[in-house]
Design a protein around this ligand. Sequence first.
Ligand SMILES: NC(=O)c1ccc[n+]([C@@H]2O[C@H](COP(=O)([O-])OP(=O)(O)OC[C@H]3O[C@@H](n4cnc5c(N)ncnc54)[C@H](O)[C@@H]3O)[C@@H](O)[C@H]2O)c1
Ligand SMILES: *[C@@H]1O[C@H](CO)[C@@H](O)[C@H](O)[C@H]1NC(C)=O
Length: 430
Amino acid sequence: MPSLEDELFPSTPGKFKIDRGHNINRQFHRCFASTSTMFIWALFLIALTASYLSFQSFVDSGNRYFTASWGGIQWEKQIRNSAKTNRPGGMSVLVTGAAGFIGSHVSLALKKRGDGVVGLDNFNNYYDPSLKKARQSLLHSQAILVVEGDLNDVKLMAKLFDLVAFTQVMHLAAQAGVRYAMENPSSYVHSNIAGLVTLLETCKSANPQPAIVWASSSSVYGLNDKVPFSELDRTDQPASLYAATKKAGEEITHTYNHIYGLAITGLRFFTVYGPWGRPDMAYFSFTRNILQGKTITIYRGKNKADLARDFTYIDDIVKGCLGSLDTSGRSTGSGGKKRGPAPYRNFNLGNTTPVKVPTLVNILEKHLRVKAKRKIMEMPGNGDVPYTHANISLARREFGYKPTTDLQTGLKKFVRWYLSYYGYNRKDVW
Ligand SMILES: NC(=O)c1ccc[n+]([C@@H]2O[C@H](COP(=O)([O-])OP(=O)(O)OC[C@H]3O[C@@H](n4cnc5c(N)ncnc54)[C@H](O)[C@@H]3O)[C@@H](O)[C@H]2O)c1
Ligand SMILES: *[C@@H]1O[C@H](CO)[C@@H](O)[C@H](O)[C@H]1NC(C)=O
């Protein structure tokens, strides 16, 4: 059997090292001979075991997405302050995905008109988290707190509803993007399915129950080729995992409306763009690449048909979100059917003017005053649909939704923001 020294010094022939081995051995003996050092060793072992056990319970609760960066009296006070309304009959809204593109804009608009807002976001790195942090700072400057936490953190969710009687939830947190599902499918299940259910469970148990307005997507129309897309059209042929999770969300929310009387409004957004936008979207990455002199890839559909999108400016989407919050109705609880059922609704929020992607590039070139290097490619079959066009008559009828910003005007505002946010001197570009 190898001795302790052999294990510590497995290949150490030569006098010097063996001597050192003996020396260590002697020191070990001296060490353990003293009772006080024995005591210190025992303490050390106990501490080691304790920290191991607490680490285990951390892992067991499946909390690898969560950081315990919340809690405490000061934190609770901040939440209550952030949720305070500042107008008669004002709402207290929990905005999930508040550090995201649409969530940050909706939060600011609510706060501006005197509603209380508490944000929630997990700041995941699907795209540059520093942009999410910058949006959080912007919200913070307007006295809106964005809590860093995950939808799936049951304790955090319950705590937020303990602290604030939210009248509405604006649920915008999700794993967005179509192509990323090929790389990380489980992130869609985590946020768009599991996270949604956790949120609904929390709302179901809350007293009072809030009304819920949440982001579905125009992608639920999938392979539908009847245009414009109407809420009456079929939505059972999703073309991507993203679309499938949004469609699942519409069914799941329907269940919670039916069983637990939660008031539900689903918003089917059509390609939203604007300042503080999402870097993974084409208009954004085109801008970046055009400015850096890189080639942009423009996809084309079958029979060389250009792709087109019903691009919708963020301010119009914000108006649609506020309009649907204002008309979201009341959750009635499971016994509520006697008082009339809680509403379940889905609305298209688009611009009603589809624009071809090459036209989008022309507009960007004009605003940036830089010529784009274009590469035209056949669209790979990975979930993008060739064409979207919203029929918005339902949202118009229900809450007067009327988009007013065309792509020219909206992209001009986007480009202005982009240049200033990324520190371009206008003279460098123009
Ligand atoms: N932008 C569009 O064109 C568009 C179109 C249709 C639908 N939508 C939907 O609108 C909503 C908002 O989109 P966006 O463009 O602002 O996207 P976004 O990615 O900028 O915002 C979503 C935010 O949610 C957060 N988030 C994701 N998973 C979370 C989780 N499990 N817990 C807590 N936070 C989490 C992210 O960190 C992100 O900040 C999403 O539901 C999206 O699917 C957007
Ligand atoms: C638009 O949708 C509504 C239902 O929301 C429908 O009644 C109407 O016929 C649709 N219009 C068109 C042009 O498809």
